[in-house]
Design a protein around this ligand. Structure first.
Ligand code: GDP
Ligand code: ZN
Length: 316
């Protein structure tokens, strides 16, 4: 594709939606551009997905109609974080393509439910390992508090608050808790994750209202030659900030976590690791292990340590 002659200008913006070959970019002054890449599009990132939702890009504006602005993406700026998934290319199984599903996420919102399905701290730990490995801030949302034994739930979550993770207790139809959730999301780029049935869709519907969600679905439909699974969009919060609602993020796996690096993703271990006799200590069975000693002495929560052992066993 050649650039049109009558370039109208340049600007910077944020990719808020990807529909196959077309991207919606919201410029810093608030205009929405329907944008495409072209062979001359440059990137400050390694050779993964060229453009992903959450990317900061530079645009050359090609057309400014009254209803729609059009532009080409000239530069994709450096991503400071990327949520990825590996996608098998069916025809050639030996080749795995890394697909960036969201860039520059500030915060991973880990949604669990207090009851139905029951609260599983093992599962929380799994999500936290992922977040730590991606160096993402975390907000833990414990939903369905209306069904919960509140003191028991708070007792289960207390170790996380002590570790410095933010924990929010919500009931979807309680406006007060929803307000707190909205505040925790304001000004940030957040991604929701969590098992099915915990209430993610309910919370997102309440945060944004059916109208905005419906509009998004219609827009996505008009994209040409699109595989629905590669669609990805961010929903704008009224007070600033975005929530990315991408099914792929909800189902991420721990494919980059190994037995060797798992220990770094339990943040409370770090303080005690220097006390281990072996620098390569896995903290599972070695003698003179600082981490095991801290578990015995009450410096590390035993349930967290058990989560570590359980995860360790599932890894290679
Ligand atoms: P998702 O799979 O995580 O998106 O979960 P959904 O949003 O589809 O919710 C699963 C079920 O839980 C639905 O029947 C919701 O109505 C219900 N639900 C969601 N939030 C709450 C809550 O705070 N309290 C109760 N009691 N039910 C909830
Ligand atoms: Zn050790």
């Amino acid at each position: 594709m050649e650039l049109k002659n009558e370039l109208v200008g340049t600007c910077c913006g944020l990719v808020t939606e990807a529909t196959g070959s077309t991207y919606t970019v919201v410029s810093d002054d608030g205009r929405a551009f329907r944008s495409r890449t072209y062979p001359g599009t440059k990137s400050e990132n390694e050779d993964t997905s060229l453009v992903a939702v959450g990317d900061r890009v530079e645009l050359k504006i090609t057309e400014t109609g009254t209803e729609l602005f059009e532009a080409v993406i000239t530069l994709v700026k450096h991503r400071y974080s990327a949520l990825t998934r590996k996608r098998d290319i069916r025809r050639n199984r030996s080749k795995e393509k890394i697909q960036v599903i969201a860039a520059n996420i500030d915060q991973l919102v880990v949604v669990v439910s207090a009851f139905d399905p029951p609260l599983s701290t093992r599962l929380v730990d799994r999500y936290l390992v992922f977040a730590e490995s991606e160096q993402l801030d975390v907000l833990i949302v414990v939903n369905k508090m209306d069904l919960a034994d509140t003191p028991l739930t708070e007792e289960l979550m207390e170790p996380y608050e002590r570790l410095g993770y933010s924990v929010l207790y919500t009931t979807a139809n309680d406006p007060g808790t929803l307000k707190l959730l909205r505040e925790a999301l304001t000004g940030k780029l957040s991604a929701f994750s969590g098992h099915s049935g915990v209430g993610k869709s309910t919370l997102i519907n309440l945060l944004f209202g059916q109208k905005q969600l419906k509009t998004r679905r219609t827009n996505l439909k008009t994209g040409k030659g699109v595989h629905t699974t590669s669609n990805s969009a961010m929903l704008a919060l009224p007070g600033g900030g975005y929530v990315i609602d991408t099914p792929g993020i909800r189902e991420f796996n721990l494919s980059d976590i190994t037995r060797e690096n798992l220990r770094f993703y339990f943040r409370e271990f770090l303080e005690f690791m220097p006390e281990c006799a072996f620098s390569s200590c896995s903290h599972t069975q070695e003698p003179e292990c600082g981490v095991q000693r801290a578990v015995d002495a009450g410096g590390i929560d035993p349930a967290r340590y058990e989560s570590y052992l359980a995860l360790y066993c599932t890894l290679e």
